[in-house]
Design a protein around this ligand. Structure first.
Ligand SMILES: Nc1ncnc2c1ncn2[C@@H]1O[C@H](COP(=O)(O)OP(=O)(O)OP(=O)(O)O)[C@@H](O)[C@H]1O
Ligand SMILES: [Mg+2]
Length: 356
């Protein structure tokens, strides 16, 4: 959770400071006023990268040398991020240089619903794996270790395959790969059960048209059905050598949703797809809080695109009950604004009016 946020020289924002509320924060302003840039700054702070550009140089205000994002997180712990065109990225957490980006991500669990939030249906399995693993990163203490170990062993195995080593030498990696892979797989299966359970409760509140809907999740482990991963690696060694890489494993897992026995992308409207993504993030936030008592941050860019007044109200009502600090942008806000909501009007990169 952020209790204070100050930005300087970030896109069109020369200097801006806000004190967000612990719950819902609405950022309202015209096109190009700097709303998404505020979300971008929070994303940068949590993950050390932007969701709009690969090169942080693009975020530094034209004509300036460096940008800064300063915030207080959790119990007033200071975090400072600086990106300088020549010196690069520097982050300090609690007045000490950050060793690993994952330290900060751990402190600030953050989920983003971008304006075009249809990735679940449009992007490939990698996106869906990352979505699932986000939850595990925050609730399962050894997930990060298991995943990093798995990746390292996979790289070694793939490099042995590329070097055209013989089968026995490649298979030296299989026991380790299978051990980490089976652990990750078990975590994922457990998390999907929790996710479906929470999703089934949240989604009909956001989208009452589906109050009577039935929801199911289909999970594919990434290797042959009904056999263990080490067995699958063993029987597919010749195929892997032909392909030049390890095809089976939890790096190839995927999952999908069924709504009323159908693929949701074929039956959901655009607005319903947006509510679907929101419900998934809300479900993850609830799971995270119930297991590790950590409140997460939700960035929702452009609530008004594709959602009518009544569905916007459903989203705000649900958010008010969630263990989440949210930052929501809109060009105009039609929904009812209760007293607990922080409201920030942005004009040409500056806060023109606020209620927090
Ligand atoms: N490096 C930069 N330096 C200065 N200004 C920039 C830079 N990059 C982008 N801008 C400008 O900053 C402004 C803020 O953009 P932002 O995307 O935050 O607006 P927004 O309020 O989210 O608008 P919309 O409602 O259209 O989504 C835009 O006018 C953009 O052209
Ligand atoms: Mg925007």
């Amino acid at each position: 959770m952020l209790s204070q946020l100050t930005l300087s020289n970030l896109r069109n924002i020369t200097e801006l400071s806000i004190r967000p509320t612990a719950g819902i924060n609405l950022i309202v302003g015209d096109n190009g006023s700097g709303k998404t840039s505020i979300l971008e700054a929070i994303h940068l702070l949590s993950l050390g990268r932007s969701f709009r550009t690969r090169s942080l140089k693009n975020i530094v205000q034209f004509g300036q040398q460096q940008l800064q994002v300063i915030a207080k997180v959790k119990d007033n712990i200071p975090v400072g991020l600086q990106f300088n065109l020549t010196a690069g990225l520097q982050i300090r957490l609690n007045n000490a240089p950050l060793k690993k980006l994952s330290e900060l991500a751990m402190q600030l669990p953050l989920q983003l619903i971008p304006a075009n939030c249809h990735q679940f249906f449009e992007q490939g399995p990698r996106y869906r794996r990352q979505l699932l693993d986000w939850g595990l990163f925050h609730v399962e203490p050894s997930f990060n270790f298991q995943w990093q170990s798995y990746r390292k062993v996979l790289q070694q195995r793939n490099s042995a395959i590329r070097q055209r080593k013989n089968a026995e030498e490649i298979q030296l990696w299989d026991t380790h790969l299978a051990r980490h892979g089976e652990t990750i797989n078990a975590y994922r299966q457990k998390q999907l059960v929790l996710l479906l359970d929470q999703f089934e409760q949240v989604f009909p509140r956001l989208c009452p048209e589906f109050r009577e809907g039935t929801f199911a999740i289909k999970y594919r482990t990434g290797w042959s059905k009904d056999i263990a991963l080490d067995e699958s690696l063993r029987v597919s060694i010749e195929r892997d050598r032909q392909l030049g890489y390890t095809r089976s494993g939890c790096h190839a897992a995927d999952w999908s949703f069924k709504v009323n026995d159908a693929d949701p992308s074929e039956i959901f409207s655009r607005g319903q797809q947006k509510l679907f993504s929101l419900a998934l993030s809300m479900a993850q936030a609830r799971i995270t809080e119930s297991i590790n008592h950590q409140k997460s941050i939700l960035l929702l860019d452009d609530i008004s695109s594709e959602l009518d007044h009544s569905h916007q109200n459903n989203v705000l009502t649900e958010l008010a009950t969630l263990p989440v600090q949210s930052f929501i942008t809109a060009t105009a806000i039609d929904a009812k604004i209760s007293d607990e909501i922080g409201l920030f009007h942005v004009k040409q990169g500056m806060i023109s009016d606020s209620k927090s």
